[in-house]
Design a protein around this ligand. Sequence first.
Ligand code: F6P
Length: 367
Amino acid sequence: MKTKVGVLSSGGDCAGINSTIHWLVFSALDKDLVSRRGTMFEILGIVDGWKGLIEVRPDKKESLKRWTIPLKTDVVRTWARSGGTRLGTTRINPFDPANDKSEDLIKNYKKLGLDALVVIGGTDSLAVTYKLYKEGLKVIGIPKTIDRDLSDTDYTLGFDSAVNIITSDIDRLRVTAGSHSRVFVVECMGRKAGWLALEAGEASGVPIILIPEHDFVIDRVIELLKSRKRTFERYSIVLVSEGAKPRGMEEILEKRGRDGFGHYYLGGVGGFIAEEIQKHTNMEVRYVALRHLQRGGAPTAYDRRMGRKFGVAAIDMIVNEDFGRMVSLQHGDITSVPLKKAIDRLHLVDVEKFYNTKDYKTLDQIL
Ligand code: F6P
């Protein structure tokens, strides 16, 4: 018996995706496991996420070459250590009411002869995966987003690498901030959840952290900076999530409009804060938005390990026919949860437990 599995990455890229694919393929094609599993595997990589599965013409050789990659161990041999996604990704919603392509996608799944599909994605992509499950496709989800805002899993791929990047960028900024005795406002990602700011802020010991879960008062930020000046601190760093809001205002949006799922692109809150500080104090201020630097580079050891565990788990789930579920890390164990549960609500920072709303920093609790 042979089981043909499609795999794709969808939504924002991040470190750890390639490691997942690497180990998914190595586990699936492990000859020693064939008799125990009662099946052999064939793995087909889908290029550019949902777009590939919509665009591919399975009866046309050229189209197959453009939109799919047969994944063998020699193809993915070096993937585990590289960042981003070698399969490519897009932010396309196949169920977009204005341009619904779900029928084409489902037809192609069947024409490609897929027995199962593994989707490495965040909330939006896994919501699509769940809809496909309801349409009868055999799907498995793998959690991935640097925001770490998916529910029912303690980890989503890419988060640790992003936290490390933010931390080392702040180390660099400390040098120049200290030389000039300046305030630096550093904007990191995190649309609805402040985990990146909170954990990178904690790791790098920045004095002021602003997160989407708690609207900040700009006067309070300025007061905190002034009191640092009074105690002769040479410089200060304010770390702010892109989704953090000044009290009484909405999120600050980029001019780029919306993504395929209707979400506005965020960006600029750091600039707003920097201007306000500049206007109301005599401090010298600079603003740095880390933006996509946070998603680049090689995966940390942790993301490589989690990618490995998630990839292997996905194949085990296919063997056990655990479809409609997402691989999940819970209290150190790899398990799985229904996709529906994972996408139903976002995993946000519990402000009472982790955040000091008076001084805008972490509460000294273990996260
Ligand atoms: O994937 C989540 C995320 O990294 C958010 O933190 C950020 O707002 C968004 O993606 C950026 O998306 P894009 O790569 O499409 O600009």
